[in-house]
Design a protein around this ligand. Structure first.
Ligand code: ATP
Length: 217
């Protein structure tokens, strides 16, 4: 579904990724690990076409066929089905949960909202609450839920479980596993073992290079 070949990425003159190659198929969960500064967030940004200069090939296969998307603008990648949740979540803090969801919605908003709330039942009780008045874990669920309103085929998540209460980590894991069963492809930066233990594949980044890959038993 997503195939990356020899991706190099640069912040100005400084190179942050070196010949990174990977592939994620439909229904696969790939977890990306590495120390601080290894380039994990950079890889997700490069796949979305954000913030930095990237060279290399990114092939994306969706219902409409396969395309080389490395020169596409970010909004076009998003519209084609790449969903991204940044580490800082980028919610509209003054807007309510429902408003945050609807900002992202297309024509089938009501139906989609119902589906997304089934996946994150915690949010159902909070629909009228401003995002600013939620816990970190609840905000993380909302950020993922908002991205799901756009019908992504590939999810790119940056540390969804970091700093979150264990019970909410389990809810996030269960939601991601149900999306996996629906065929979403997922690349998730995550040190938390609750999620990593369920990955099809672990990728280990060291100083901008893939230095290890492990298939799940
Ligand atoms: P962390 O776990 O700390 O988020 P990471 O593995 O996600 O680490 P990145 O944030 O991708 O690492 O950073 C990779 C390298 O790129 C680091 O050396 C970092 O200093 C550099 N870098 C990241 N963002 C920028 C930026 N906006 N401008 C310049 N250099 C950057």
């Amino acid at each position: 579904m997503l195939e990356v070949e020899k991706l190099n990425a640069f912040y100005g003159p400084a190179q942050a990724l070196f010949d990174v190659s990977l592939r994620i198929g439909p229904g696969e969960l790939v977890v990306l690990q590495g120390l601080n500064g290894a380039g994990k967030s950079t890889l997700l940004k490069a796949l979305m076409g954000l913030e930095l200069r990237a060279e290399g090939r990114i092939r994306y296969q969706a219902a409409g066929g396969a395309a080389a998307i490395e020169h596409w603008e970010t909004h076009r990648r998003a519209r084609a089905g790449l969903g991204y949740v940044a580490e800082d979540r980028r919610l509209f803090s003054a807007l309510t949960v429902r408003e945050n969801l609807l900002v992202a919605a297309g024509r089938d908003a009501a139906q989609r909202e119902a589906r997304v709330l089934d996946m994150f039942p915690v949010l159902k009780a909070l629909l009228k609450r401003p995002a600013a008045h939620m816990s970190g874990g609840e905000q993380q669920m909302l950020a993922i839920a908002r991205t799901l309103m756009t019908h992504p085929r590939v999810l790119l998540l940056d540390e969804p479980c970091e700093g979150i209460a264990p019970v909410l980590v389990e809810s996030i894991r269960d939601a991601l596993l149900s999306l996996k069963r629906e065929g979403l492809a997922m690349l998730v930066v995550e040190q938390n073992q609750t999620l990593a233990a369920r990955a099809d594949r672990l990728l280990w980044l060291v100083a901008g290079k893939v230095r290890g890959s492990r298939e799940s038993p």
